[in-house]
Design a protein around this ligand. Structure first.
Ligand code: FAD
Ligand code: NAI
Length: 469
């Protein structure tokens, strides 16, 4: 007889584990199934995504600062050496600490965790194909699919995770390549490209479109590209990779202009394929139970409900930004809806962050989106070069831009490039969540000297009264 649950969640990433915890808080008996063979919950984010990448970004940033900036701060030392094995080990320790934390939360919330591939045998029935070859049936009132996403492959460029790598391989290289070619100037390419550049690699980013971070505000992506170029990253925009030939001692990368034209080749030791991610739903049994997906494999949902009653989906495998915090929002709203509560996600206010040096963050509409929608807006901008804290710390690259409705002053978008802006964007999100105006930020007291004063000064700029520039 199959054990009976209120909810079985397939996938233990930020979508799945948060759904399980919220379900338990609401008095629902929940099980969460995860098929990673390391038997660790946390999904892409904790195992091979957000957390290990941030661990390497943090360590490599300090390494580069020690190398390039400490001397000017009066910190002298006789020798500096990179110990890559130790750097990778502290990354693994961060991953272990946080994935152990999920085990603790599952125990605390009395969530049943199962290791194996979850397959929907029928609505209300999940079969877990255990890593040890066993099979267990779980009966439930509701199934939540939280199976996440996987690397988007590039035809003709086969990933082997040693020389031609995805983000997963880029988190575990055992030596610093001489030349890393990154295909795709998006978030992964720029974050992991930054890690290896700081550790000593030459990094060339090949981007199909005419600018990096294409969904970001145009001014942000332009300035940011200039900053990264100054740091030594090489960009080939409006360019496509047509093939990578594997020779014994090197890779030959062929590129040509995106619109067609003469091709050129260059050598690389490592090629990182980072052209996006796609929903992961293989082996779930979606076709058999009739759950609809679109052409791209995205599970079709309405308020997280699929077309099959009792089967829900959240996170990277449904529409929307592929971000851990979005998956978490989906999880809470979906479980609350199942529990008869009014679950809701405001997708207009999901912040975006790129954890490079400096960082990039944004929320709401870009100038391009406002223009295209014909919305009249006012803009206020403030450079970190005029912010006292940034100047004191010699961290003056970047700016903050606040976009507000021309008539009502309601904030429509906030865009930031600068050190520490991953934390600062939360203020903008909170004010926008309350429907706030630029004046609300402009007339809020901000501590001095902080970088957050730059947000206040940018907000003041919307009404033309920036004072410190
Ligand atoms: P996932 O985290 O992908 O979890 C899904 C889980 O389901 C996986 O563990 C998978 O093994 C499991 N699974 C799949 N099929 C089955 C099955 N049939 N049975 C059992 N288990 C199954 N986002 C951010 O917000 N901030 C960041 O800084 C950030 N950095 C990233 C860096 C990298 C290198 C990458 C690759 C991604 C990053 N992301 C980041 C994106 C983030 O990781 C994802 O948006 C997030 O993990 C999505 O959560 P999810 O729960 O939907 O799916
Ligand atoms: P991405 O969508 O961010 O960027 C992919 C880039 O590749 C785009 O600029 C695109 O124009 C370009 N591209 C597509 N096809 C190409 C081709 N054939 N040749 C050259 N360029 C091509 O995808 P990425 O960087 O792979 O990341 C996947 C997702 O993971 C992100 O969209 C994001 O949701 C998530 N992520 C989030 C992070 C964060 O929040 N800091 C960090 C890393 C990943």
């Amino acid at each position: 007889m199959a054990e009976q649950f209120d909810m079985v969640i397939i996938g233990g990433g930020p979508g799945g584990y948060n759904a399980a915890i919220r379900a338990s808080q609401l008095g629902l008996k929940a099980a969460c199934v995860e098929m990673r063979d390391n038997k660790r919950f946390g999904g892409t984010c904790l195992n091979v995504g957000c957390i290990p990448s941030k661990a390497l970004l943090h360590a490599s940033e300090l390494y580069e600062a020690a190398h390039k900036d400490f001397e000017s701060l009066g910190i002298g030392f006789t020798s500096l050496k990179l110990q890559l094995d130790k750097m990778l080990a502290q990354k693994e320790a961060a991953v272990k600490g946080l994935t152990d934390g999920i085990d603790y939360l599952f125990k605390k919330n009395k969530i049943t965790s199962l290791y194996g591939r979850g397959e929907i045998s029928a609505p209300g029935l999940v079969t877990v194909h255990g890593l040890d070859g066993t099979k267990i049936d779980l009966a439930c009132k509701n199934i939540i699919i939280a199976t996440g996403s996987d690397v988007m492959p590039l035809p003709g460029v086969e990933i082997d995770e040693t020389r031609i790598i995805s983000s997963t391989g880029a988190l575990a290289l055992s030596s610093v390549p001489k030349h890393m070619v990154v295909i795709g100037g998006g978030v992964i390419g720029l974050e992991l490209g930054s890690v290896w550049r700081r550790l000593g690699a030459k990094v060339t980013v090949v981007e199909y479109l005419d600018r990096i971070l294409p969904p970001m505000d145009g001014e942000v992506s332009k300035q940011f590209q200039r900053i990264l170029k100054k740091q030594g990253m090489v960009f080939k925009t409006s360019t496509k990779v047509t093939g990578v030939e594997k020779l014994k001692s090197k890779l030959k990368v062929s590129v040509e202009p995106a619109k067609g034209g003469d091709s050129e080749t260059f050598d690389a030791d490592v090629v990182l394929v980072a052209i996006g991610r796609r929903p992961f739903t293989a082996g779930l049994g979606l076709e058999a139970v009739g759950v609809k997906t679109d052409k791209r494999g995205v599970i079709e949902t309405q308020n997280f409900a699929t077309n099959v009653p009792g089967i829900w989906a959240i996170g990277d495998c449904i529409e929307g930004p592929m971000l851990a915090h979005k998956a978490e929002e989906d999880a809470v709203a979906c479980v609350e809806l199942i529990a008869g509560k009014p679950g809701h996600v405001n997708y207009d206010l999901v912040p975006n962050v790129v954890y490079t040096y400096p960082e990039v963050s944004s929320v709401g509409k870009t100038e391009e989106e406002l223009k295209q929608a014909g919305i009249a807006y006012k803009s206020g901008k403030f450079p970190f070069a005029a912010n006292s804290r940034a100047k004191t710390n010699h961290e003056t690259d970047g700016f903050i831009k606040v976009l507000a409705d021309a008539e009502t002053d309601r904030i429509l978008g906030v865009h930031m490039v600068g050190v520490g802006v991953s934390e600062m964007i939360a203020e903008a999100v909170a004010v926008m969540e309350f429907g706030g105006a630029s004046e609300d930020i402009a007339r809020t007291c901000h501590a001095h000297p902080t970088r957050s004063e730059a947000l206040r000064q940018a907000a003041m700029g919307v009404e033309g009264w920036t004072m410190q520039m």
